[in-house]
Ligand binder design. Structure first.
Ligand SMILES: Cc1ncc(COP(=O)(O)O)c(C=O)c1O
Length: 434
C-alpha cells in the first residue's frame, strides 16, 4: 500500500483538510519531497507554519541541541531559560505597558486561553468577533470564531458577530463604515460595559484573505479604547514577519492590548503564545495549564525562528517577494478571466477566483481544479474563503525570486488547463476542502 492508501485507512477524516493528493516524505527549503523523490514548491508553507521553510539548518540545530539535553519538558513546575527568553522577546515585540506572556502549543490554545483569561480577569463576558474569522479548532477557540467550517460548534454565549469590511465584495458603498456601524450597534444593544474584547485579524485569512480598508482597524481600536474594550489581535497566521513587519498590526498603526502568536513562531513545531497585560495573565495561578506547554525544545525553535528572521533579512524578503507575486498575478489576470482580485500584504496573498468579473460569483470548483493541476505541475497551495474560492499563498518567508517566477509559470499553465477543460471533475471529487 502506498502512503495515500495507508493514510486513508489509518487517519480519521475529522483532522483532514485536503485539497490535493499532496504527500511529503521530506523537505528542503521551500520544497516538499514526495515518495518518488519529486519536489513540490510549497506556497502554503503548511498553512504558514513553515516560516523558515523545511529543514532550516539553524532551526534543526536549535531543536537538536535542546532535545539532547532536555531541561525538563514543561514550565508548569520548573523554570526554563529558552522559554523565558522567548517570552521576553515576544513581550518586547508588543507595545504598551507591563505585559507578560503565556506559552502554548497552537494558535487554538492561545486564543482560547486569551479569551478565558480576559473574561475572568475583566469580569466582562461578551466578545465581538468578525463573521468569517477562524480563531482555532478547540472548543473554546471555535466558540469565539465565525468561520462557516465551525457552524457545528457551540458558540460562546457572549459572542457577537459583526461583518469584516470587504472592499472587493462590499456590503454597501463603504465597507468600513458598514462594519463600524455594526460595531456601534453591538455596543448599544449589549451595553459597552459588558464587552470584554474584540478579536481582530490584521488580515482575515481563512475567511478569504481579506485586507481591511486603510484606517479601519485604527478607527475600531480607538472606539474600543473609549469604552475600555480590549483589542485582541490574532497574529497566528499573518504575524511573525509574514506581512513584512514582525507583527502584522504594525502596518495598521494600532497597539493591541492582547496579541496571540502561533504557526510561524514555531517554524513547524507546536508553539504559540499570548502576550497580554500582566493583570490578565497574572490574575490566578493554574488557570490555563498544559503539561508540555513551554517545553524547551519548542521554545528553542521559537528563538531560532526570531533569530533567523533577523539574520536572513526575512522581513524585507517577505515584502519584496510578496510584491513580486502580487504583480505576477496581476499580469496573469490579463489573460485569465477567472482572476477577480489579487490582494494581500507581504507574503500573505489571496487570489480571488470568480466565474464572472461583473457578478463576482465565486469560482469554487475552478479553484479546486487549479490547486490539483498546480500540484501535478509541481506547486502546492490551498484555498480559503467562505466559498472556498480564494487561493491562499503563505509560503516560507525564505521564498526566492526564481521560485516566485517558477510558481507563476506553473499557475499560469494550471489556469489555462482548467479553462480549456483539461481537468476533469473526477480530479477533485475526492477532496472535500473546507
Ligand atoms: C488566524 C488564525 N488563528 C488561529 C488559528 C488556529 O491555529 P492552529 O490551527 O495552529 O491551532 C488559525 C489557523 O488556521 C488561524 O488562521
Amino acid at each position: 500500500m502506498g502512503l495515500i492508501e495507508r493514510d486513508r485507512e489509518s487517519i480519521g477524516a475529522i483532522e483532514k483538510l485536503r485539497f490535493s493528493p499532496l504527500v511529503a516524505t521530506g523537505g528542503e527549503g521551500c520544497h516538499l519531497i514526495g515518495e518518488d523523490g519529486s519536489r513540490v514548491l510549497d506556497l502554503s508553507g503548511t498553512w504558514g507554519a513553515a516560516s523558515l521553510g523545511y529543514s532550516d539548518p539553524a532551526l534543526a540545530l536549535a531543536i537538536t541541541d535542546a532535545a539532547s539535553s532536555m531541561a525538563a519538558a514543561s514550565i508548569l513546575s520548573s523554570v526554563s531559560e529558552p522559554t523565558i527568553e522567548l517570552a521576553e522577546k515576544l513581550i518586547e515585540a508588543v507595545p504598551g505597558g507591563l505585559k507578560k506572556a503565556w506559552i502554548g502549543h497552537s494558535g487554538s490554545d492561545a486564543n482560547e486561553t486569551a479569551v478565558r483569561a480576559i473574561q475572568h480577569a475583566t469580569g466582562r463576558d461578551r466578545f465581538i468577533v468578525f463573521d468569517g474569522a477562524y480563531h482555532g479548532g478547540t472548543a473554546g477557540s471555535m466558540a469565539i470564531s465565525g468561520h462557516p467550517s465551525q457552524d457545528h460548534a457551540t458558540a460562546h454565549e457572549g459572542r457577537i458577530l459583526i461583518p469584516y469590511p470587504d472592499s472587493y465584495r462590499p456590503a454597501g458603498d463603504d465597507p468600513a463604515a458598514h462594519s463600524l456601524a455594526a460595531f456601534d450597534r453591538a455596543l448599544e444593544e449589549a451595553g459597552p460595559e459588558t464587552i470584554a474584547a474584540i478579536l481582530i485579524e490584521p488580515i482575515m485569512s481563512d475567511g478569504g484573505l481579506i485586507v481591511p480598508p486603510e484606517g479601519f482597524l485604527a478607527e475600531l481600536a480607538g472606539r474600543c479604547r473609549e469604552h475600555g474594550i480590549l483589542v485582541l489581535c490574532d497574529e497566528v497566521k499573518v504575524g511573525v514577519g509574514r506581512t513584512g513587519d514582525l507583527c502584522a498590526f504594525e502596518g495598521e498603526g494600532i497597539e493591541p492590548d492582547v496579541v496571540t502568536f502561533g504557526k510561524g513562531i514555531g517554524g513547524g513545531l507546536p508553539l504559540s503564545a499570548v502576550v497580554a497585560p500582566a493583570e490578565i495573565l497574572d490574575f490566578a495561578t493554574c488557570f490555563s495549564i498544559q503539561t508540555t506547554a513551554g517545553n524547551p525544545v519548542c521554545a528553542s525553535a521559537g528563538l531560532a525562528v526570531l533569530r533567523r528572521i533577523e539574520e536572513l533579512g526575512l522581513l524585507e524578503n517577505a515584502r519584496d517577494r510578496g510584491e513580486q507575486l502580487r504583480s505576477g498575478f496581476r499580469r496573469l489576470a490579463e489573460t485569465h478571466e477567472m482572476i477577480g482580485d489579487v490582494r494581500g500584504r507581504g507574503l500573505a496573498i489571496g487570489v480571488d477566483l470568480v466565474r464572472d468579473r461583473e457578478t463576482k460569483e465565486p469560482a469554487t470548483a475552478e479553484a479546486a481544479k487549479v490547486i490539483v493541476r498546480s500540484l501535478e505541475l509541481g506547486v502546492a497551495f490551498f484555498c480559503v474563503g467562505k466559498a472556498s474560492n480564494v487561493l491562499e499563498l503563505t509560503p516560507p518567508l525564505t521564498l526566492a525570486e526564481a521560485e516566485v517566477e517558477q510558481a507563476l509559470e506553473v499557475i499560469d499553465q494550471a489556469m489555462s488547463d482548467v479553462e480549456n477543460g483539461l481537468v476533469p471533475n473526477s480530479a477533485t471529487a475526492e477532496y472535500a476542502g473546507w
